[in-house]
Design a protein around this ligand. Structure first.
Ligand SMILES: [Zn+2]
Length: 269
């Protein structure tokens, strides 16, 4: 085997695509030829690099089978002589180029996939940010609406004020109600003790006939509750207001302990 023939066969040798005889011939030559030995070492390094750059999920054997498939003669001959090696060399090169190209494309698409994943995560962050902003805007809008409603009540010509005092269960608690038959009720309380879960504070307007539920109070951690309620326009004149502890969700008629009680000043309608 001459140097030229050996060099042409080296890549097939590294790919394991030579017959046993051809392999022996190449090895014999390489053993005695420094130049071809260097070429073989360089080529092996390239092939090792290629193998390492393959994705983990692609078995080396499958790639090898594809390359061999693309380079094998059209079936009539199984044993390949050096002449065949030369004749098929261009085809093998094309196959190798394709293999390289697909590796590069694979690496590129891996990079693209990473970039897409990063972008998707950024998009999710942006969406979460927008959701948080929308929630904040909704809270502000509801606060603004409540303040506007409270202002409407507080400027009503038929406004009446009721001060509520703490009870044995809540000696420090204080409450104040501003009620307008035509516009509604503004209620504010402080120092309401925390309730166990499943319990709630409920505000009542006590009339001569019966207590009427105004609504539920949700005190903050400091025991402060501010709320604006719509009251029925045909509500009978209150004789008292009270806050009781009730099961979560409230009840139609008071059942629990009183925490705040107040009586309207004389002259309130
Ligand atoms: Zn040589």
């Amino acid at each position: 085997v001459t140097c030229d023939e050996a060099r042409e066969a080296l890549e097939l040798y590294v790919a394991g695509a030579l017959t046993a005889d051809e392999t022996r011939a190449v090895e014999l030559h390489v053993a005695s030829c420094r130049g071809c030995r260097d070429d073989l070492a360089a080529l092996s390094a390239v092939m090792v690099g290629l193998a390492r750059s393959l994705p983990q999920s692609v078995p080396g054997a499958a790639v090898r089978a594809r390359v061999l498939d693309a380079t094998s003669p059209r079936g009539e001959e199984t044993a390949r002589s050096p002449r065949h090696v030369r004749r098929d060399y261009t085809g093998w090169l094309a196959a190798a180029a394709l293999a390289l190209l697909s590796l590069w494309l694979g690496a590129d698409s891996l990079k693209l996939r990473r970039e897409v994943t990063a972008l998707q995560s950024e998009l999710a962050d942006a969406r979460a940010h927008v959701d948080a902003s929308n929630a904040q805007i909704a809270r502000l809008q509801s606060t603004a609406a409540r303040n506007a409603q409270a202002m409407t009540v507080l400027t009503a010509p038929d406004l009446a004020r009721v001060d509520l005092a703490g009870q044995p269960r809540s000696p420090d608690a204080r409450g104040r109600a501003f009620w307008s038959r035509s516009r509604g009720l503004v209620f504010s309380a402080s120092h309401l003790p925390p309730l166990s879960s499943g319990r709630t504070y409920q505000l009542w307007v006590v009339t001569a006939a019966a207590p009427v539920s105004v609504g539920l109070l949700e005190p903050d951690d400091a025991g402060r509750a501010d709320a604006v309620f719509i009251t029925p326009p045909d509500l009978a004149t209150p004789v008292a207001m009270a806050v009781t502890e009730e099961p979560a969700g409230g009840v139609p008629a008071p059942t629990g302990e009183k925490y705040l009680v107040g009586v309207p000043a004389a002259g309130a309608s």
